[in-house]
Design a protein around this ligand. Sequence first.
Ligand SMILES: Cc1ncc(C[n+]2csc(CCOP(=O)(O)OP(=O)(O)O)c2C)c(N)n1
Length: 556
Amino acid sequence: MICSDKWVVQLVVDQCKARNISHWVFSPGSRNAPFAITVDSDPYFHTTVIHDERSAAFFALGMAERLNQPVVLCCTSGSAPANYLPAITEAYYRNIPLLVVSADRPQAWTDQGDGQTIRQLNLFKDFTHSVVHLEDGPLSDQTLWQHQRETAILFDKLQHYGPAHINVGLSEPLYQTASKERTFERNITILQNFSPSKEAIHTIAKEIEGKKVMVLCGQLSEDLALLQALELFASNSNVVVLTENTSNLWCERFNACIDRSLNRINKTNEEDFMPEVLISLGGAVVSKRIKSFLRKSKLHMHIRLGISFPAMDTYQQLSHSLVCEPASFFQALNEQLSNKATVNYFGKWKQLDYEIKDRMPSFLPETDLLTDFHVYQSFFELVPEGSTIHMANSSVIRYCQLFDPIKGCQYFANRGTSGIDGSTSTALGYASKDQGLNILLTGDVSFLYDSNALRLRDLAPNMKIILINNQGGGIFRIIDGSKDAEQRNRFFEASHELKGTIAQEYGWKYRQCHAVGDLEDAMNALLYTENVNCLEIRTDSNQSPHTLKDFFTFVR
Ligand SMILES: Cc1ncc(C[n+]2csc(CCOP(=O)(O)OP(=O)(O)O)c2C)c(N)n1
């Protein structure tokens, strides 16, 4: 079959076909020629041609009403799409699904005196439920993902709510054709107010039966109902539940240290560990490794659960978003699963976890210098059950993911935007309304950034601070790229000689620790006595990344 050689044009047409949208009303012009060529060459489509865009749009409105399905309006650039506005306003207030596909110059040419070029992107902004701009250009994985995702969501909204607009920047030549070699369709279904009815859950239960299912939990508040439902769901041998400490879900069957486990998976065995079905819930996931692992996996489906950001496509394969409480989803699913042992996906992941757990205690850093790793190792051994742990961003939260969460502790971090600017203030604000022991683990840059918060000590007398001073942004010695960059020291790590003594000036009972030999005593003094409530631990910034690397090698 012949089509325009422009892949963005093929993508829009494929998306229409995938959703059974077959009626197009064209108004003649040059810029929209690639659409005319593509649609006209496919006998699946029904086309009507009307010169006057104003009339064409009302004509399409009538068609959509009679057919009870979306109709596409396609015109050239300039004042042409502006003439669609009256009909679009009518459609908007009556929920009639008209899709405007307006051809445009590439955005770079807007307001540059090129013929028939106006600011058309926002023409229908107030009277459509979704506006997407696509741009002609080389086909890259990232642009394809973005265009497919944005249009998939737009089509989902079009069918539920009414008019939508796709503006397409196209460059010349416009009339060149190609033979159709692939389809660019992608479907995302977003079910608002999803209620886990028997029928809906039955369909999902059938889809996932016998498949490798991974549940990935991001940041969540403690939720007993969810925990119980997930525990039961995890008893299926084809299910693995991955959590992070910020998920605040603890169960022996879950894998709570994702990076530690992924460290043992390599190219030769990764397929065995990749899921076929992904169910994700909660907010941000800390592990970068799991994100790239899942983007590489060939998912049969990805179901996203929860109320916020239903269209977020972190793993680039979102297929269904169910806007509902995750606990009620798993409760309903548990009632319908037969729990037949078909594939031991759980065992594979859990074995990794157990093997690492066995090896962890024998890892002793091969250095006399005090490193960041020593601090976390000691902290997770000594921290009292039931504490509330606040983690500042950058390497602190990443190190904390390497240790099994302590049962009964709660974990918090500003992972909405991962800023280093307010971790101390946030932790103090939380502690000021909490009765129990609150502990903040922070790096030196975050600590100094938010040092004004130290004045708030009296508002949260139950707060203890552990400042891990590696004399700069230690994270930049760990992450690929920055760790070897010539500019690392000055521009990224921004190393300094400042100390946390400022805490003393605000009345904190401050202690310093410089040596491995003093660590346990200092940590105990902070955690178990009234004598210290701010402990600064000076670690060796050169040695720390090496010890972290040694750890990963040791538990591989
Ligand atoms: C407001 C803000 N500015 C800049 C950054 C970029 N950034 C991320 S980590 C980091 C350094 C953090 O250093 P530190 O708090 O000492 O933690 P470490 O990495 O040493 O654990 C910076 C500047 C950010 N996340 N947020």
